[in-house]
Design a protein around this ligand. Sequence first.
Ligand SMILES: *[C@@H]1O[C@H](CO)[C@@H](O)[C@H](O)[C@H]1NC(C)=O
Length: 449
Amino acid sequence: MPATLLVLLSLSFTCVWSLTLPQLLFRDAKVVVAHFIVGNTYNLTVDNWISDISLASSKGIDGFALNIGSDPWQHARVADAYSAALKTTFKLFLSFDMTSFPCSKPEDAAVLQKYIQDYASHPNQLSSSGKVLVSTFGGEHCTFGSKNVDEGWTSVVRKVGLPLEHFIPSFFIDPVGLSSLSVIDGAFNWRASWPAGNDDITFDPDEEWIRNLGGADYMAGVSPWFFTHYGKTSHNKNFVLRGDDWLVVRRWEVLVENRGKIVIVQIVTWNDFGESSYVGPIEGVQPQSQAWTNGYNNHFDWLDLMSYFIQAFKTGDYPPIVEDRLFMWAKLFPTAAMTLDPVGKPGHADYLQDYLWGVVFLMAPAQVTLACGSHSIPVLLPPGIRGLALPLVSSCNAEGIISRAGVEIVHLRPRNFAFRTTPQAYNYNAFVAASPSSHGTGKLALTPL
Ligand SMILES: *[C@@H]1O[C@H](CO)[C@@H](O)[C@H](O)[C@H]1NC(C)=O
């Protein structure tokens, strides 16, 4: 083919592209969003939303999935979120929490439809080819008075008079059932954010969903941690999922490797303090989770760590490392320790081992030391990204050092990062820390080998 023809072809392609790209269309771009629990925002102001949007954007996050529950006041917070986004390119979409909304009668559809109608034409609504993205948490049992779930959800999102929806629910089902759901345009596999049991994270559960989706959109989850601790008289959920072995990094690596099969990544979560998976600020009204968040810093350093992988997921290339940095996290009490905590020991507590987890980004070979009290392990590491783990055996304060040619480059000694062998209660939330970035709050620019 003559060179001039090639140029013409690519020019006309460029024209078409720019004409049909009025906004972020997730069919054409890799999108990363974070799950935002509106139920924890009772007293947040528009300014809080503006600052959360600004923080998320600075880390490469494109939007929030607004997890909405049935409290009537949540309408006003959703309105605040959309108005806070107005002067930005940040996107929002509705994710109905079906553990909160009733969904057994035909009239239960109305409140969901009203929400969709209210924001369908908002400039910050996340859409695919003009179709409004609608998602859920759960809802796999909802019939809305129809004879089955497929017809039930069809009566909600395909009802005449509503704008066209692109429906990507997070149903908790055997993925084999996905192919018989004509109402869905894709699926979000919430649970695959963590290993199913006491195993390493893989893409296998994702693959199973993708196979059963037959080309429909796949939304993948990623999460740094999971610990929830509510007694029988409260939400009655008390268990951990396995966050060991640098879950957040290993999950992102798997997502980057399989990025061709993923349309959207959803970070689980921005602010679920109740499940310790938050990476945004601790703010608003906590869901009675103070027992495991008080005395802990926020998890911003995980957010910062994620920003590097977000860039890699979007572009397909790991950015170069331009700064030596150290990230560390750990639960602060031994798994085996017993307490008088009336809520009792969390289920699967044994999935979490007593380790200080470290991740280091190195521009050049360096000596890296994780230490706690007198216990330390120095290792010489090549440039790139490496995970380190230090067993925690006695009460101590966590530290991390990067040195090169005998000169300390990083000395991380976070206040309150104290491992204690005699807990008063079962608290397996993670304490998270990192050496500061000289690149401000912006994206990290680092790379693995
Ligand atoms: C919201 O309420 C919580 C709990 O009462 C309080 O700690 C927090 O400071 C309040 N936040 C705002 C923005 O008013």
